[in-house]
Design a protein around this ligand. Sequence first.
Ligand code: FAD
Length: 455
Amino acid sequence: MTGSPSVAIVGAGLTGCLLACYLARRGERVIVYERRADPRLTGPEQGRSINLALSERGIAALRGIGLEDAVLADALPMRGRMIHPVAGELDFQPYSAEGTLAINSISRGALNNVLLTAAHARPNIEIRFSHRLDRFDPASGELRFSTPDGVRTGSAPVVIGADGARSAVRGELVRHGLSSETVDLLDYGYKELTVPAGSGGFVVDEGALHIWPRGRSMMIALPNPDRSFTCTLFWPDSGAGSFAALDTPTAIRACFRENYPDVEPYLPELVTDYQRNPVGVLGTVRCAPWHAVVAGARVVGLLGDAAHAIVPFYGQGANCAFEDVVVLEDCLDAAGGDWPAALALFERRRTDTEAIASMALANFVEMRDKVASPLFKLGKTVEHALERALPGRYVSRYELVSFSTVPYGAVRRRVRRQHQLLGVLGAIGAFGLLGALGALLRVLARARVPRPGRR
Ligand code: FAD
């Protein structure tokens, strides 16, 4: 890169790399500082590979910069949930009415590597690895980093914190009284296990997201291109069924034989994985404002998990973070390239990030508890029938969140109205067909949703 940077991004994760590519296209000179060494050389952290479900919002943002095909080349489509009861038949539940729409399993590391390579290829982006931000001084605009060669400093007129849920940039804004935050930790953690490929390939259907719902806890599994599955346990932090409650190899094996009997034979490294892999923390980060004007015209903003980390149960954290980049670009266009004005406009996105934060929390209960119940399945059947009967007028929450770019806040409002509609249908018996149809038409007249894939 020639000349001094116009934008400094802290964090070369998913958000930071995609943002760098979008800003470089606008002609900004971008410097990205990353705490880790180059992950393309070192690989992902042990037990923290994280498989993501990438869906329409994330894909649309990648498409916007020409990266959709490169990313999806590493992904596997999942067209529904496969429910594994303790005993009995597996139950496949398609995500969409026609059973054709899919979310995509991809490892966070593979996705990050594609984005890093794309950013590296642009002449006006420089990435400095092994630079951990420790301090930001709002009075001077100076960024201070720990590196293997000692302390280094940097600065730019615009600083964006894309440094994840435990953002150091956010921490500095809070420390200097420029923002405030709340971090609501879930009393659940997560741990990864691996189901290796069997001699015949995938040991369970690779076209589904597998769920073992167990009431208070659950396990999920997503397929990998090497025919293995990455399983993630979501277990409570304390009490019966918690990670701490299993402390011997015999207890670990016995627990899996009892609760996950169909997959236990395919986990040859279960005890080693279980004892070695860390328990990750889950939580929701709320922070306001997301930006501050400092040191004259300099401005600092937050994006992605740094601004609004959410629990992973709707598979939307990265999708939402990618969408942030597109929304920020729209704000920059609307503000004629004026960064403080654009970041002020971006604050309006909080309505949407709040909506997905609460939908993600609610979905945990659905995934770990409700998906196996006959009532839930009946509800899904009715919902899909309504979607087929009223295309574009009745669209399930899952489709709106995962297969469209309708803003999350609008999704929540829309779904409330659809639930009113279901109430009306339920009232058919009580009020008679004509009255209910009248009410139904009134609700539908207020609600028309673009087909999935349209904003
Ligand atoms: P991160 O990915 O955390 O990247 C932040 C980057 O900043 C990292 O590279 C980090 O090393 C760097 N950094 C941190 N601190 C510093 C510092 N002080 N100085 C310099 N660099 C720093 N999302 C989905 O969309 N779908 C899913 O199915 C899904 N499943 C998930 C499952 C689990 C178990 C978890 C935990 C998350 C899941 N997510 C999912 C969420 C997704 O992983 C995050 O939303 C996404 O990674 C956020 O990207 P980011 O770039 O904002 O933050």
